[in-house]
Design a protein around this ligand. Structure first.
Ligand code: GLY
Length: 283
């Protein structure tokens, strides 16, 4: 992938929400009593899909939801796509491993080179993978281990891969993401700032940072689309008023607030709900 293509996407693979998400989706804080409103979560998801398809003009490949897979809306965790290669992961949570099958088929249909993580000692969730356009950072968390990071490095040999400990959050991208070329959105917590420092120390590249008060709000989606320019899907002012103000100061981006508060109750961020792919020849 050329760096100039960073943020360029033509397709998004997504998956609808099963009713089982409300009662059975995994939660990092298992004591959390925050009830998910299934209908509201489904509406949020429809809005998200519509932004991708209708506002941004991506080709949206919509996988069928499955009641036996309560977390299946969080497709990001089951595949990492960069250039022509798709790594189908081995998710850290055993209850999520069945999610890979439909994703593998969709990625095969897009003629991507599929690499499967078959090593039973490896685990990796895509939520732990931050691709900056120049290199990968992989969070070592309860879901992703060193062997998973090694297999990712084998799959994407053109890029350096560095690992970052993730102790206080579900995933690396629970508190950071790319907000533009060379621009890392990062939460304000001590853990988030420490992880950023680790990434900066390990990298040969210089990144700017966009610090937002709320860790969860640092999970945003950057794209650079022909005819549209820099685009950022981010939290809404209702969800995170102070973080939202930080995004609103960005002058070069088309800013699109996308509601996500229901899925946040089960640790889902904006990036979790799509796998973005650049396949212009498949349009
Ligand atoms: N509920 C998202 C996850 O735990 O994987």
């Amino acid at each position: 992938m050329q760096y100039a293509d960073f943020g360029r996407f033509t397709h998004a693979v997504v998956r609808a929400i099963p009713e089982s998400l409300t009662a059975e989706a995994l939660r990092r804080d298992s004591a959390s009593q925050q009830q998910v409103d299934t209908a509201a979560a489904q509406l949020e998801t429809e809005r998200y899909f519509s932004v991708l398809e209708n506002t941004l003009g991506l080709r949206v490949v919509r996988l069928q939801e499955e009641e036996a897979l309560p977390d299946c809306v969080f497709v990001e965790d089951v595949a990492v796509v960069c250039g022509d290669t798709a790594l189908v992961t081995r998710p850290g949570a055993p209850s999520r491993r069945g999610e890979t099958e439909a994703m593998k088929k969709a990625l095969t249909d897009l003629d991507l080179n599929i690499v499967e993580m078959t090593d039973e000692s490896a685990t990796l969730d895509g939520g732990d993978v931050l691709f900056t356009g120049k290199e990968f950072f992989v969070g070592l968390s309860k879901r992703t281990n060193r062997r998973g990071a090694e297999i990712l490095a084998d799959a994407f040999k053109d890029y350096a891969v560095s690992t970052v400990p993730v102790l206080d959050h579900l995933h690396l991208k629970s508190f950071c993401s790319m907000a533009g070329p060379g621009l890392i959105a990062i939460g304000s917590s001590e853990a988030a700032q420490k992880a950023l420092k680790t990434m900066q120390q390990m990298s040969d590249h210089k990144y700017d940072k966009l610090t937002v008060p709320d860790d969860a709000a640092a999970n945003c989606i950057y794209m650079n689309l022909p005819g549209k320019g820099h685009i950022l899907l981010h939290c809404t002012p209702e969800e995170f008023p102070e973080s939202s103000k930080v995004f609103e100061k960005l002058k070069d981006h088309m800013l699109i607030p996308v509601p996500n508060s229901e899925k946040m109750k089960v640790d889902g961020g904006l990036t979790c709900c799509s796998v973005l792919i650049n396949r212009p020849e498949k349009l």
